[in-house]
Design a protein around this ligand. Structure first.
Ligand code: UDP
Ligand code: MG
Length: 340
């Protein structure tokens, strides 16, 4: 356990860099992550850094591992969420609590090399507010994951007016003022990389090779990936809603034509029992109606979630250098933002 005076120094002085790492079932990678990340931070900023590890309600020994690291290293801030909130919300909790002038976001599984902190800091010194990692390679990922990610980024950039960079995850370095913009965005369905792009300022890509996972397996199931993509699209585009009305128009026009056609055949030709055409018209129209309703439902559901104004995340415990902090106090201390 770190000494009290050291603790106080760490809680009152803003570090130059906060590394923010959401962790879900990462007990196997955390010691190695800590070793490499402390090395990378020390190289970049000496000892003026903190490492914020957020346990996103893991069922393995992730929290115990974080607590042990925090005991041994006064620069480790451990945050335990009350349950699994998902990657983007865990990240939001870390962003809310961190105090650094610059914020370095990376995954716990070492797919994003921590050693890139120093070159990303150097890039930022050139006058950028966001230096985002852009993947050149995705080692150790399945064909399906790579193809679906690629298709998703292309679709998103077509649908959204916000220029969300392609092949870019949350791995990035950003300035405090960009973080302040993020913290002023109270939405619950958060697609952090899109929100950073939306903030603007000067942003620059930093191409890198994405490594394979250090240990364990991806925690992003197909369901979570679909959820994230839907949050991204509905959060950054109203094109699907417009699509619903376009489809409505197109099919209304087709339906008018069909009505004219059926009236004409009734008037001028002998009307054969047109079961096939009837059933086709019925199927097409009812499926389009369902589609349109579904799109409206997606947005309505999201409006409903936002309207409830629930807290975005719930903090169970906070450890700073092994010392327990009251989560409430720490949140207010750290930000005073609307999210807390
Ligand atoms: N993660 C999280 N909560 C979740 C799922 C994942 O905090 O519910 C974290 C995970 O520990 C990792 C990051 O989010 O640090 C990315 O997850 P993962 O590596 O499983 O996704 P992938 O890299 O395969 O997209
Ligand atoms: Mg990963």
């Amino acid at each position: 356990m770190a000494g009290a005076s050291e603790d106080r120094a760490i809680t009152t002085q803003a570090p130059r860099v906060s590394a923010v790492v959401p962790c879900y079932q990462e007990e196997a990678t955390l010691p190695e992550l800590h070793r490499r990340l402390t090395g990378a931070c020390a190289d970049a900023v000496g000892d003026a850094y903190e490492i914020v590890l957020i346990d996103d309600g893991s069922c393995d020994r992730t929290w115990e591992t974080i607590a042990k690291l925090s005991d041994a290293d006064p620069r480790v801030v451990g945050v335990k969420l009350a349950r699994n909130h998902g990657h983007q919300i865990a990240l939001t909790a870390g962003l809310e609590l961190c105090r650094g002038d610059r914020i370095f976001i990376l995954d716990a599984d070492l797919q994003d090399p921590p050693e890139l902190l120093a070159p990303m800091m150097a890039k930022m010194d050139e006058g950028f507010d966001v230096v985002y990692g852009q993947r050149r390679e995705r080692a150790g990922e399945t064909w399906f994951k790579r193809a679906s990610a690629k298709a998703f980024y292309r679709l998103l950039s077509r649908l959204s007016d916000t220029p969300i960079p392609r092949d870019t995850g949350d791995f990035r370095l950003m300035s405090r003022r960009v973080l302040d913009v993020l913290k002023s965005m109270p939405e619950r369905q958060r697609f952090v990389r899109g929100m950073v792009a939306w903030a603007g300022f000067s942003q620059v890509a930093f191409p890198y090779e994405r490594d394979a996972r250090h240990a364990g397996e991806t925690n992003y199931s197909l369901k979570k990936m679909l959820g994230l993509s839907t949050d991204a699209i509905t959060g950054f585009s109203i094109v699907p809603l417009k699509l619903a009305s376009w489809l409505g128009f197109v099919f209304a026009a087709i339906a008018m034509g069909l009505i004219v056609y059926s009236l004409a055949s009734w008037l001028f030709f002998s009307t054969v029992s047109g079961w096939t055409s009837l059933i086709i018209v019925f199927l097409v129209l009812s499926s389009v109606q369902l589609l349109v309703l579904g799109v409206i439902g997606e947005y309505l559901g999201r409006l409903f979630i936002e309207a409830k104004q629930r807290p975005v995340f719930i903090v169970d415990r906070v450890l700073v250098g092994g010392t327990e902090m009251p989560p409430k106090l720490r949140l207010e201390e750290a930000s005073g933002s609307s999210l807390a």
